[in-house]
Design a protein around this ligand. Sequence first.
Ligand code: ADP
Ligand code: MG
Length: 330
Amino acid sequence: ESVVNRIAAGEVIQRPVSAVKELVENSLDAGSTSISVTVKDGGLKLIQVSDDGHGIRHEDLPILCERHTTSKLSQFEDLQSIQSMGFRGEALASMTYVGHVTVTTITKGQLHGYRATYRDGVMEHEPRACAAVKGTQIMVENLFYNMIARRKTLQNSADDYPKIVDLLSRFAIHHINVSFSCRKHGAARADVHSVATSSRLDAIRCVYGVSVARNLMTIEASDNDPSSSVFKMEGFISNSNYAAKKITMVLFINDRLVECGALKRAIEIVYAATLPKASKPFIYMSILLPCEHVDVNVHPTKREVSLLNQEIIIEKIQSSVESRLRNCNE
Ligand code: ADP
Ligand code: MG
């Protein structure tokens, strides 16, 4: 059974960056205003995520890392919207099957916190009282220590740290009221360091740099016709190249960081036709639409989504991008 659990867990947590994403999303769900990430050896030795969120109650610690333990179901009215968020209560449990997990947490009004360690879905011993200020710190050590082949593959390829920096950068420009930091263990300097702000453009400037922010234009689109689609999109697009190799598309749908290949390609087409000299632009888009219109392919790590009435939505977005780009050609 342990092998089966480990294989399943290895599917949910495919690489260090997938663990970081799950941990940071949990911190965001806990209402944090400050989230810091520390990484050692590309995340294989250590991933540590600290937040100042609402914490985890002492009585919830024993089952925290059992599969399908979630405190979030009550937030979702129906199964449909649960589905749209992907799997529930799998992430933390999965990490305990493929790494060593330590949770330190304190809830509001408590004098001290608790620390618990987990392996293979179970808490190792009673939580120990410890000093803590606010929120939760989760440490994942020795990821994939029991999956030799996976560890080898990851060790032989470029490490996940740049992917983790990229991930945190994306979170930081969407959740602008939260401050994020990301650094290598022991490093004085953080590679992502955002401060809470009320201006998205300021956040982009802070995270991606002045030269990117300078070349951005706002963009928006919407459709209120329930018979075709109901959505609202807003964001920024650049009128110059950002990366050398490909389009950089930061996409949030209903506040979840996702990928949508079809939308990305559609935008690439508009750039190629309208502003070919900027065919590797920077794009940030936030789309809001009814949960039941989002289909996350039912695999927990698949961040690829498809949308109900996708063609209509894509067309509207394309035409708003196009009219923006035409303006800067004139
Ligand atoms: P899910 O996020 O789908 O509920 P997870 O396995 O990611 O499942 O997390 C399990 C539960 O652990 C969450 O429902 C939440 O109650 C709790 N939890 C995890 N991380 C945090 C955190 N940083 N702050 C507060 N609670 C947390
Ligand atoms: Mg989660």
